[in-house]
Design a protein around this ligand. Sequence first.
Ligand SMILES: NC(=O)c1ccc[n+]([C@@H]2O[C@H](COP(=O)([O-])OP(=O)(O)OC[C@H]3O[C@@H](n4cnc5c(N)ncnc54)[C@H](OP(=O)(O)O)[C@@H]3O)[C@@H](O)[C@H]2O)c1
Length: 326
Amino acid sequence: MTQTFGNTDLVTSPIIYGCMGGAGAFGPQEERDSVEALQEAFNVGINFFDTAELYGNGYSEQLLGRALGDKRSEMVISSKVGRANMKPDDLVAACERSLKNIGTDYIDLYMLHWPNWNVPFADSIGALKKLKDDGKIRWYGVSNFGTRDLDEALSLGEISVNQLPYHLFARAIEFEVQPKCEAAGVPIMCYSSLMQGLLAGKYRSLQDFPVDRARTRVFDSRKWPEAAHGKDGAEETGQRLLDTLWRLVEETGLSMEELAIGWLKTRPAVGGVIVGTRNGEQSRRLKTTLEVKLEAPVLQALTEASDPLKAELGTDIDMWGKGRTR
Ligand SMILES: NC(=O)c1ccc[n+]([C@@H]2O[C@H](COP(=O)([O-])OP(=O)(O)OC[C@H]3O[C@@H](n4cnc5c(N)ncnc54)[C@H](OP(=O)(O)O)[C@@H]3O)[C@@H](O)[C@H]2O)c1
């Protein structure tokens, strides 16, 4: 099951495998589990893999190359250059390192990971164009770009993607960025699609969520030490959404991943849904999410259930409320 990604010639699965967790972003991680998670994701039909130089300082890219290097011609790989490397020479050097880490001659889709307002976008995008002309990357784009940054980037070059936080607990992009992406023909790669595990059907209560993951604007800064946004959060509303999701799991017989991902797949401008797993078993469970198609009443119930949280959290697209987007 594949589709063409936006205006590119990349033929991609609707689910994109996210390689961040394999580098230990969610706690201790055995390498053999990460390798199996990657291989099983490929085996169930995922051909699109998303990584970044920042994930384990190159380790995630190396792991991807080691686990699936022999499948390179059948894969689409995206990677991202970190905010510290946005000056042209640094950006080109970072891309060369990423190529070496993955063990490949080209990256299919290369993104600016977060905006860096201290380096003119024209400089960074100029470097991306050069990498494309040199055949080192096939397409390029951005990640975490709000409307103001995206407008500027679009005025400078062909932006083939905007990778953004988007899921039932984080719909801030819907106010402005998503409509802009849709109008400009820029596909969205949704990240944290399972809200770092909350939408994987393991937690009945927000209070049970691991403390090191309770960092987004949903969680009250006064109660959760890792929630650095300094605000009250929206836990009551978030809990009501979680309760409704559990009810829909029971009523539909679908898993929570199927509901969360099935909903995202239908949203405007979505070009792919990134999901991270920690082992082969979790990756095998992604098979049904590739195919899942939700009925209209279920889609409507999901939208309506998450509308109050969307309204309460407002328009800030930085899921962690750290002021890194505009
Ligand atoms: N551009 C950016 O700034 C940015 C930022 C964040 C993420 N991303 C991308 O998005 C990807 C995914 O986002 P994410 O890493 O935030 O997390 P996510 O995909 O929302 O959630 C991943 C977690 O969900 C749980 N999970 C997944 N499948 C499961 C299953 N079948 N059963 C039970 N639990 C399951 C696992 O939790 P456990 O660990 O508890 O097992 C896993 O660690 C990243 O790898 C990265 O590629 C991009």
